[in-house]
Design a protein around this ligand. Structure first.
Ligand code: NAP
Length: 322
C-alpha cells in the first residue's frame, strides 16, 4: 500500500500512498482538523485561523483532511467545505469525516443504525458542500447495532457514489472483525502513539494482514511528543484530563521525549518529525493526521517526509518508549 503513485508538491515530489483496498491516494502527512472550528474541544479557537490551516495544507501538497461531525459540532466540516469551495479542485482533496454521535436531551449517545448513518452522511455532504465523501468513518461503536450491518449501510452509500470508502474508528479488534466480515472496511482509525501502544499487539498485525490502513490519532500525543513542553506547562483544554499529562506521569513522559534529541539532531530534524516518521515505518500505517493550531505547524510537519530512520533509530525509539 505504500508509495504507489507520485505527485508533485511544490519543489519536490511526494509519494502518495493508497489507503487500504480503496482507490484513494494520499500524501502520508495529512491534517487532523479537530482544532478547525472544534469549539467543543478547544476554547477560544479562531475560525479564520482554522481555515488558514486548511488553506496552508491544501496549498502545500497535503491532500488528506480528517474531520468529524462532532468537531464543533458541525463547524469543522462547514469551515473545511468553505475552504475547498474557495480553492476549487475538489477532486484533488481526500476528505475523511466521521459520524455516530447523536444528541438526545443534550446528551451525546452513539448510534450506528443504518438509518442514522445514512442521514449523517447526507448532513455531512451538505456541510462539506460536496456530493461525495472520500472516506466515511463510523466514529464510535454503539452497543446495539451489529457491526457488519452498520458497515453494510456504508457499503450501500458507496454503491450509490455518496462515499468512496469505508472506515471505522475506536473499534476493538473484535468489533473490527465483525465489521469487516464481508471485507468492506478500508481504514480503521484508533488511538496510537508512542505513549499508547496497545494497537501493536493484535490490531496492527490484523490490519496488515487484511489490507486495512490503520490511521493513528493523537500521533503527537496532543503536542506532548513534539518536544516543546516543559514541566511548568499547564493546559485548560481536553489535555487537562489526559493521563499522560498528569503529575509524575507527565514528567516521566517529558524525560522520554527528551531522549529523542540526539536522534533528531543527528538528522537535522525536530523531535516531532522523528516521532511522525516512526509511525510511517509500521506496515499498515499508510498515513498520519497530525493536528495543528498554527499554519507553521502544518508546514513543519510536512518536513517529516525528509526524514529517513535507520533500523537502529527505529529500535532506539522503540526502546525509549517501551
Ligand atoms: P496530535 O496530532 O497528537 O497533536 C496536535 C497538536 O500538537 C497541535 O494541536 C499542536 O498543539 C501540536 N503540534 C502539531 N504540530 C506541531 C509541530 N510541528 N511542532 C510542535 N507542536 C506541534 O492531536 P490531535 O490533533 O488531537 O489529533 C490528530 C487528529 O486525529 C485530530 O485533529 C483529529 O482529526 C483526529 N482524532 C480522531 C479521534 C477519533 O476518535 N477518531 C480522536 C482524536 C483525534 P499546541 O500548539 O497546542 O502545542
Amino acid at each position: 500500500m505504500k508509495g504507489e503513485s507520485n505527485k508533485r508538491r511544490c519543489c519536490s515530489v511526494t509519494k502518495l500512498t493508497k489507503l487500504g483496498k480503496s482507490d484513494l491516494y494520499v500524501n502520508p502527512i495529512g491534517l487532523g482538523t479537530n482544532a478547525v472550528g472544534g469549539h467543543n474541544l478547544y476554547p477560544n479557537l479562531n475560525e479564520e485561523e482554522g481555515k488558514n490551516l486548511v488553506r496552508t495544507a491544501l496549498n502545500n501538497g497535503i491532500n488528506f483532511l480528517d474531520t468529524a461531525f462532532i468537531y464543533g459540532p458541525k463547524r469543522s466540516e462547514e469551515l473545511i467545505g468553505e475552504v475547498i469551495k474557495e480553492i476549487g479542485k475538489r477532486e484533488d482533496v481526500v476528505i475523511a469525516t466521521k459520524g455516530a454521535h447523536k444528541f438526545v436531551n443534550d446528551q451525546v449517545v452513539f448510534d450506528n443504525s443504518p438509518s442514522f448513518l445514512k442521514q449523517s452522511v447526507e448532513d455531512s455532504l451538505k456541510r462539506l458542500q460536496t456530493d461525495y465523501i472520500d472516506l466515511y468513518y463510523i466514529h464510535f461503536p454503539d452497543e446495539a447495532t451489529p457491526k457488519d450491518e452498520a458497515v453494510g449501510a456504508l457499503k450501500e452509500l458507496k454503491d450509490e457514489g455518496k462515499i468512496r470508502s469505508i472506515g471505522v474508528s475506536n473499534f476493538s479488534l473484535e468489533q473490527l472483525k465483525e465489521a469487516n466480515k464481508d471485507g468492506y472496511v478500508d481504514v480503521i482509525q484508533g488511538e496510537y502513539h508512542l505513549l499508547q501502544r496497545d494497537a501493536e499487539k493484535e490490531m496492527l498485525p490484523y490490519t496488515a494482514q487484511n489490507q486495512i490502513s490503520f490511521i493513528p490519532y493523537f500521533p503527537l500525543a496532543s503536542g506532548l511528543l513534539a518536544g516543546k513542553y516543559s514541566k511548568e506547562d499547564t493546559f485548560n483544554d481536553l489535555r487537562s484530563n489526559m493521563p499522560h499529562f498528569q503529575g509524575e506521569n507527565f514528567i516521566k513522559n517529558l524525560e522520554k521525549v527528551d531522549q529523542l534529541h540526539p536522534i533528531a539532531e543527528a538528522k537535522n530534524a525536530e523531535i516531532a518529525h522523528i516521532v511522525l516518521a516512526w509511525y510511517l515505518t509500521k506496515d499498515s500505517i499508510d498515513a498520519i493526521i497530525p493536528g495543528a493550531k498554527r499554519s507553521e505547524q502544518v508546514l513543519n510537519n510536512l518536513q517529516t517526509l525528509e526524514v529517513q530512520l535507520s533500523p537502529e533509530d527505529i529500535n532506539k525509539i522503540d526502546q525509549i518508549f517501551k
